[in-house]
Ligand binder design. Structure first.
Ligand code: FES
Length: 141
């Protein structure tokens, strides 16, 4: 005998159950704060008074995962801010650039285009209209 105790099957199983699994603790890379996948609107959502988004302005609605911008001609565009790389909600807007916290992808909030990888698919555009002076964004198709 070597003098070293041989672990019982129960000890091995208990140790395995308590050993952290790689990947746990990477909360910053999880899609949603509550573990659920982030969602864009599933029904039309009121994003406030039309006048809140001036020409050339961009506004991020973090709770709804939507960004709205108004071009110089007055037209509105809206995009889902669920990252097309791995589904993280994008909560950071720097000027007109959306920055994903998970792996650093960047998107143009006015066009949805990818500015920086790893994402290689533009953000999903959402229908947007003004009804009775309010900005209404509808679910994408
Ligand atoms: Fe990977 Fe956004 S989820 S960069």
């Amino acid at each position: 005998m070597s003098g070293r105790p041989v672990p019982s099957r129960r000890t091995v199983l208990r140790t395995a159950a308590l050993t952290p699994v790689a990947g746990i603790g990477l909360a910053a890379c999880s899609p949603g704060d509550d573990g659920a996948a982030p969602a864009t609107p599933t029904a039309p959502v009121d994003l406030g008074v039309d006048g809140e988004v001036a020409k050339g302005a961009t506004k991020l609605h973090r709770d709804q995962n939507v960004v709205v911008s108004r071009a110089q001609d007055g037209s509105l565009k809206a995009f889902s801010t669920v990252c097309t790389h791995a589904g993280c909600p994008i909560k950071k807007l720097e000027g007109t650039k959306l920055v994903c916290p998970c792996h650093g992808s960047e998107f143009d909030a006015r066009t949805g285009e990818v500015l920086h990888a790893p994402a290689d698919v533009p953000l999903v555009q959402l229908p947007v209209e003004v009804k009775q002076g309010r900005i209404i964004v509808s679910p994408g198709t």
